[in-house]
Design a protein around this ligand. Structure first.
Ligand SMILES: [Zn+2]
Ligand SMILES: [Zn+2]
Length: 229
């Protein structure tokens, strides 16, 4: 095999700037730094990401079932494209890109003091999901990294319309009482995992189901926060 052919086979192009990169990489290191906007400001009460530096989010004036929320980055441009590629075809590099974002976040934040890692039930994400259940992949990665047990214990209780068909206010109503937990969570500290959050209504409803079965504490981790409309 000639040298140039080896290069062809074992190298890849950055999805943003087209620079030559390692075969399994999605984007280059410079673009990773420029494109992935890690979240800087969060609500002091719940950890909900804020656009600007402020003490509390609007949601904290309403009833909140989870104790804390961790979100790695904003759901923008390159990440949005990567997620789309994962969902509509098998994007292996894109999956590794997402693993890298989660990896960086969990190395910098100690999310290790949980008894159980639980993914948000997949049907909430059926608009996007084709080939991969992203919340499950992320939850499994966190479980492996910290050696915490992974368990799918949440399911959808009744039919709800696609989330995107609703306004923000309707979304909060739409998910109410829509999740079941089939496992006794008595006294457990649980890390609930989602891929993309917008209003936080889905994780809030999942946390409610976990608390109803006795969970002592429910914290949430999401890969990214989308801007609402
Ligand atoms: Zn690049
Ligand atoms: Zn808050």
């Amino acid at each position: 095999m000639s040298h140039s052919l080896l290069d062809e086979v074992f190298y890849s192009r950055c999805a943003v700037c087209s620079k030559t990169i390692k075969y399994n990489d999605f984007i280059c290191e410079e673009c990773f730094k420029a494109e992935v906007k890690f979240i800087e400001h969060v609500c002091s009460a719940c950890g909900y990401p804020l656009e600007i530096s402020a003490s509390f989010c609007k949601n904290c004036l309403l009833k909140r079932n989870y104790d804390r929320l961790f979100v790695a980055c904003w759901y923008e441009k390159t990440l949005r494209d990567a997620v789309k590629n994962i969902k509509f075809r098998f994007g292996l590099k894109e999956k590794f890109f997402i693993d890298a974002i989660v990896g960086q976040f969990i190395q910098e934040n100690e999310l290790n003091h949980y008894d159980l890692v639980v993914p948000v039930p997949v049907s909430f994400r059926r608009r996007f999901i084709r080939f991969v259940h992203l919340s499950e992949r992320i939850a499994k990665n966190i479980s492996l990294f910290y050696g915490i047990k992974y368990k799918k214990i949440l399911s959808k209780k009744r039919y709800t319309k696609f989330q995107w068909q609703y306004s923000r206010k309707e979304r909060l109503v739409n998910v109410k009482n829509s999740v079941d937990c089939n496992f006794s969570t008595l006294g457990l500290n649980i890390l609930l995992v989602d891929d993309i959050i917008t209003t936080g209504a889905t994780v809030n409803e999942c946390a409610r189901a976990l608390k109803l079965k006795g969970a002592k504490r429910v914290d949430c981790f999401a890969l990214a926060k989308g801007h609402f409309r």
